[in-house]
Design a protein. Structure first.
Length: 177
């Protein structure tokens, strides 16, 4: 049985699509091909996530920067589409930048949400998990840090005792006990 991979893939996607939306897209394509369309062809994309609308601008910019670096490594380097040499690298970088910004504006992949997740809510206000520089949270952060340091030191003392006890239990290397 012979297959045509691009055609088969496209047919599988068309079969899996919502029939009403697929028919509307076919009608727009036919109108555009016949020249009766108004010159624009819009694809109705889902609205941006509500979280992206609430995100501070600097969080969206951070996500765009991270996505840009991800996309730039994923884009093929050997492609005549971008050109060759320094200009090809520049166009590839610009494409990655634009794709990253577009993805971040549409809600991204959750990087900005993870950055916002570095806060805890106490009585309805955001309190940073770390990096407290002033206010009543300083005493709490210092207390938690002291407890953590004390726990680590106690574990180290227990391990040192165990190691010295194990070393004392071993026979001497020269054969004497």
């Amino acid at each position: 049985m012979a297959i045509s991979p691009p055609g088969d893939i496209l047919m599988d996607v068309a079969r899996a699509a919502d029939p009403e939306r697929a028919e509307a897209a076919r009608a727009r394509l036919k109108a555009h091909a016949a020249g009766t369309a108004d010159g624009t062809f819009e694809v109705s994309a889902p609205a941006p996530k509500a979280a992206a609308a609430r995100m501070p601008e600097h969080y969206v910019q951070f996500e765009a920067m991270v996505l840009q670096s991800f996309l730039q490594t994923m884009l093929p380097e050997e492609n005549a589409f971008y050109g060759e040499g320094l200009s090809g690298d520049m166009w590839r970088g610009l494409l990655a930048q634009e794709l990253g910004e577009a993805m971040a504006r549409r809600g991204g992949i959750g990087i900005a949400e993870r950055v916002l997740g570095d806060y805890t809510l106490e009585d309805g206000r955001k309190v940073p998990v770390s990096g407290v520089s002033s206010g009543p949270q300083v005493a709490e952060a210092a207390s938690q840090s002291a407890l953590a340091n004390g726990l680590v030191q106690e574990i180290e003392r227990q391990m040192a005792r165990r190691l010295s006890a194990d070393a004392a239990a071993l026979p001497a290397k020269d054969g004497r006990q």
